[in-house]
Design a protein around this ligand. Structure first.
Ligand code: SF4
Length: 272
């Protein structure tokens, strides 16, 4: 069998429940959208397009207000462009408003962080908003693919700092601002992919939790070694069998919880 192309998401799914991996990546059953996945996409697109803004008319007197107004408009546009998907979720108007306002709070929180960076940049070296904006802008939504490891990922933001440090950042809409194991593994895989492409490791990786702020960790050799091990483990399993019986169920509270269930619950019937 040919090697399957893996991703941080497929590897984390496999680690959580092999049967879930089977349904998602081998049988390719459709996954259901939820408000959390849809608004995650909306928030990501908003931040991606933010750095395409034309800021030539912004000045030191008005830039804070202009950036805040612009990010709100971007979110409104993105929310509208996802209207079909949002309607299919069948949320009540109150729920829809709640999630819209919460997402607005998230992107404004991110924007405040960005504005602090702009002010720091100005304090260091006062120059035009356009210059500082392009200096701060990270490389966005870059795809990395490793032929050696047969794994790929899309990195939200890569920042090249003046001191030569490279930081990789993933945007998260998670409730808890914690770099849990699955996020750590995702970031470790990104560091490995970056190293393979550019011949050097980034110094830090982290997550910008849109509710709370940025959390960064130092990249260590242990992280990339573990990433390699996890990639090898999944290939060792998925490259030799696509028989459902070889993908065991892991029945936990993640199968069904108070307000939702695994996308494949009805097919899997873990509780009989
Ligand atoms: S319902 Fe539970 S056991 Fe079944 S695929 Fe989903 S997570 Fe795995």
């Amino acid at each position: 069998m040919a090697k399957r192309l893996q991703s941080p998401s497929s590897i984390n799914t496999f680690k959580q429940c092999q049967r879930k991996y089977y349904y998602s990546y081998i049988e390719k059953l459709p996954r259901k959208d939820s408000i959390h996945t849809v608004r995650g996409n909306i928030a990501h697109s908003t931040l991606e397009y933010f750095y395409d803004l034309d800021v030539s008319s912004y000045t030191m007197d008005n830039f804070e207000k202009e950036f805040k107004v612009s990010i709100q408009k971007l979110l409104l546009n993105q929310w509208a462009s996802y209207s079909e998907k949002l309607e299919k979720l069948d949320l009540t108007p109150d729920k829809t408003r709640f999630y819209f306002e919460e997402t607005m709070m998230m992107v404004l929180n991110w924007c405040n962080h960005f504005l602090k960076d702009m002010k720091k940049e100005y304090a260091k070296d006062p120059r035009s908003i356009t210059d500082m904006f392009s200096q701060i802008a990270p490389v966005r939504e870059q795809e990395f693919k490793s032929e050696t490891h047969q794994v790929r990922g899309f990195i939200d933001a890569i920042k090249h700092h003046e001191n030569g440090e490279i930081h990789i950042i993933d945007y998260k809409t998670n409730k808890q601002a914690v770099i849990k194991d699955s996020i750590r593994l995702q970031l470790s895989i990104y560091a490995l992919l970056y190293q393979e492409k550019y011949g050097k490791l980034p110094q830090k990786v982290g997550a910008f939790f849109l509710r709370e702020g940025l959390k960064m960790i130092d990249v260590t050799d242990d992280m990339t070694q573990n990433a390699k091990l996890q990639i090898e483990n999944i290939h060792a399993h998925t490259d030799i069998t696509d028989n459902i019986v070889d993908y065991k169920r892991t029945i936990t509270p993640l199968c069904r919880w108070k307000t939702g269930q695994c996308d494949f619950y009805e097919t899997c019937k873990p509780h009989g």
